[in-house]
Design a protein. Structure first.
Length: 370
């Protein structure tokens, strides 16, 4: 045992001071809401703790960083319990950041805590309304905290097991297709040489054959999985009624949105996919070109490309949209993106209304809108 007195560290002093301030203020104002805003990264969680009082004043009074691991989750809960009023539930609010938020969401839900998972585009749109000059992990967690205090958020539900598996498989397929494209490009380059190496060409061809076999296995697995769950089967059938939309596209849409669980309207879905249009404008005279944001779910955005091309070729409604837009600005890719956006919106509308695509009904609706 040391004969010298042990002095608290700077971090311990800060935590004690935060606890003291919290206990002092809690008796002065009634607390209406307590929220923890969490900025999730692959290895760490940057959190901000705050509350809404009876005067509708928002206060962010504590911040800390924890590891994105089960040990870090336990430490996080212990820290939150120490700094919050136990009689009022704490809402844990985080972004849907790929897959990195899922372990924490599952952990908190299993412990019985209130959890809300928000689409990234919602937070980014809200962030732009705040007067924040520097964007850091801490300011991001504070923005999520404020968003949670100001809005009435839905409680997070565990992803549908079928949709979760479909997401894993469709993403694996996407990576496989990308890998096969690289190998095919390598084969093309090798064959273009003056004296190609025969053994190298054989090995590359075998790799392509192997990837082809794996793609067929994945496609079969997606088909079997989508038929096991009655809800997934019905949703897939509805979405696949849209011209150009096949099994893989329908599975990707449902997997990446968890059956549209977090989606409230078509505009939100388009923004989530990064197909929303943004325009650069300076003053009243300088106007930049419009483009899609691409700040969204790339798997969902990518899944719309081939269906849009097929729909333009085989469905009059989408062909007319494409033709009209090309005649206006002459940019084919811009017109294709517009069709992608229309098809994505249509997946949500049909799913929400529980109805299949009807060419005659859609045609009459398009005429009445002109």
């Amino acid at each position: 045992m040391s004969i010298y007195p042990e002095y608290p560290t700077r971090r311990q002093n800060e935590e004690r001071f935060s606890l003291f301030i919290f206990k002092q203020s809690i008796g002065m104002k009634g607390i209406l809401k307590q929220v923890l805003g969490i900025d999730v990264a692959q290895k760490e969680l940057v959190v901000s703790l705050g509350r809404l009082d009876s005067h509708l004043s928002i206060e962010c009074y504590a911040s800390k960083v924890f590891s994105n691991s089960r040990k870090g989750f336990a430490e996080l809960v212990k820290w939150v319990n120490k700094l919050t009023e136990p009689s009022i539930a704490v809402r844990y609010v985080m972004e849907a950041t790929g897959v990195y938020h899922e372990a924490l969401a599952y952990f908190l839900a299993d412990q019985g805590f209130e959890v809300s998972v928000v689409l990234p585009n919602k937070i980014s749109n809200y962030f732009r309304t705040l007067e924040v000059k520097t964007i850091t992990d801490k300011t991001a967690s504070e923005a999520i905290l404020r968003f949670g205090l100001e809005r009435k958020l839905d409680l997070w539900k565990r992803p549908n097991p079928t949709f979760k598996k479909l997401r894993q498989i469709t993403r694996e397929r996407d990576q496989l297709i990308g890998e096969r494209t690289l190998v095919k490009n390598q084969l093309h380059a090798e064959m273009a040489e003056a004296e190609p190496n025969t053994t190298s060409l054989n090995r590359i061809r075998k790799r392509i054959e192997f990837l082809d076999i794996q793609e067929k296995e994945i496609n079969k697995e997606i088909s079997v999985l989508s038929k096991k769950d009655e809800h997934a089967k019905k949703s897939m059938k509805t979405i696949m009624s849209i011209p150009g939309v096949g099994l893989i596209t329908a599975a990707t849409v449902l997997a990446e949105t968890n059956g549209f669980e977090l989606i409230r309207n078509k505009r939100q879905l388009v923004s989530y996919a990064g197909l929303d249009v943004i325009e650069k404008q300076s003053g009243t005279s300088v106007r930049g070109k419009t483009r899609i944001s691409k700040k969204g779910n790339r798997y969902l955005r990518k899944a719309m490309h081939l269906p849009a091309l097929a729909a333009i070729r085989h469905e009059k409604r989408f062909k007319d949209i494409f033709t009209n837009l090309v005649s206006k600005h002459g940019i084919k890719m811009k017109a294709v993106v517009a069709v992608q956006r229309k098809i994505l919106e249509l997946t949500y509308s049909l799913h929400k209304n529980n109805q299949v695509y009807d060419r005659d009904h859609m045609g009459q609706k398009a005429k009445s809108s002109h």
